[in-house]
Design a protein around this ligand. Structure first.
Ligand code: PLP
Length: 408
């Protein structure tokens, strides 16, 4: 997806920063953002979904491009503000916002809350009343369309925990409109992530628009329509990305003649392909019935294969002229589920570097310290290829510093 302006020197990066290491490219971030902007137009608001990758320098990069933000916690709001993001371009999604989070977001002056239930409407109204404020709200409606993605990242079906049921939407809007400290400003949906088919996304929008019209007839006039997360990205060699222009055109055709501003909340498609996880081979282990390439990266650095059985392309940094092995690429963590790839054919030996591709999204942001593994460092390559450390590697001492203070 990137016009290759330079080839990163991964061996040098590994020598300087160690492995495992997340390496991101600023040019790819910019290009992905501009692809959305040119497809959907300047009038749309793009709210980068912070949970995909919340590193402050990544957030700052998007803020400078004019991006808004989609957050799902008070912690993410703090990140956006620390990175210089605009509160008034920030929307707060998520199914379980606490009173403290609502208070924080109201004080910061966010654009709106994406609300997922009646009790949440009441809670936001109460907090706003206490602070003497009016909260802008958009209702997340569950359009009940099948996004045709992995069940764990499909969110728009009836039995998902997300959103307000389509049949209950009108009642929920009436309820919201009657609450004195709420201002009803929009509607949103998010039917899932890693969507490869455009049809369900367009169908979801059509269902939202039916509601928008019914609401207008009742005098509830909305200011924006938020169509949720972005398109899927190709992870496999033989996959193709959905055509973003075709998506934008389908959306524009259905939005024609409407006054509402369009909002999108892309995450994965803005950062996924802009990052790799650089990892070093520790051993090639010949097992009884299977071979293993044991690397220094693990499920705590990239959880997607273990969690979703997700596929990431894995490639040797240097193509070697040695006999390839077909093996599972695994980390050192004490779990059989700790794998980064299965049955991969790679010509590698101990000490070689591997690239795990498409590791810019839902990789560092989902990292953990399981097995007391310090989280990996993150590096951002600027437009000229210059590397900047944007998160130092954690130290083991940092991992237990708080516990050490509690020792008797
Ligand atoms: C995760 C999420 C997104 C981002 O989805 P992507 O598939 O990464 O674009 C957007 N909106 C909401 C509410 C989310 O939960």
């Amino acid at each position: 997806m990137t016009d290759i302006a330079f080839q990163p020197d991964y061996a040098a990066l590994a020598a300087t920063y160690g492995t495992p290491l997340y390496v991101y490219r600023a040019d790819a971030l910019t290009q992905a953002f501009n692809t959305y902007r040119s497809a959907f137009g300047e009038a749309a608001l793009f709210c980068y979904a912070v949970k995909a990758n919340g590193n402050l320098s990544i957030l700052r990069h998007f803020a400078r491009l004019g991006s808004g933000f989609d957050i799902v916690s008070g912690g993410e709001l703090a990140r956006v503000l620390a990175a210089g993001g605009a509160a008034d371009k920030t929307i707060f999604s998520g199914v379980g916002k606490s009173e403290a989070e609502i208070e924080y977001a109201l004080a910061a002056g966010i654009l709106c809350f994406n609300v997922e239930s009646l009790p949440e409407l009441d809670r936001i109204n109460q907090v706003a009343a206490r602070l003497g404020k009016t909260a802008s709200v958009s209702l997340r409606i569950n359009p009940d369309v099948d996004a045709q993605t992995h069940p764990y990242i499909s969110t728009g079906l009836k039995d998902n925990k997300f959103g307000i049921a389509y049949a209950d939407a009108l009642g929920a809007y009436r309820h919201a409109a009657a609450l004195p400290h709420l201002r009803v400003c929009g509607i949103d949906c998010h039917i899932g992530s890693q969507l490869i088919n455009l049809a369900p996304m367009v169908e979801a929008l059509e269902r939202l628009l039916l509601l928008v019209d019914t609401l207008a007839d009742e005098g509830i006039v909305l200011e924006h329509i938020d169509i949720g997360g972005g398109i899927g990205i190709p992870y496999r060699e033989d996959e193709a990305a959905p055509d973003i222009r075709a998506y934008a055109q389908a959306v524009a055709a259905r939005m024609a003649g409407r006054s509402q501003r369009l909002i999108l909340e892309p995450g994965r498609s803005l950062v996924g392909a802009a990052g790799v996880l650089l990892t070093r081979v520790e051993f090639v282990k010949h097992g009884e019935s299977k071979d293993f390439i044991v690397v220094d990266g693990a499920m705590n650095d990239l959880m997607r294969p273990s969690l979703y059985d997700a596929y990431h392309r894995i490639e040797a940094v240097v193509a070697k002229d040695i006999a390839p092995v077909t093996a599972d690429v695994v980390g050192p963590i004490c779990e059989s589920g700790d794998f980064l790839g299965r049955d991969r054919t790679l010509a590698v030996e101990a000490g070689d570097l591997l690239l795990i591709h498409e590791a810019g999204a839902y990789a560092a942001s989902m990292a953990s310290n399981y097995n007391t593994r310090p989280r990996a460092a993150e590096v951002l390559l600027d437009e000229t290829g210059q590397a900047r450390l944007i998160r130092p590697r954690e130290t083991v001492a940092e991992l237990f510093a708080a516990e050490a203070r509690c020792l008797d």
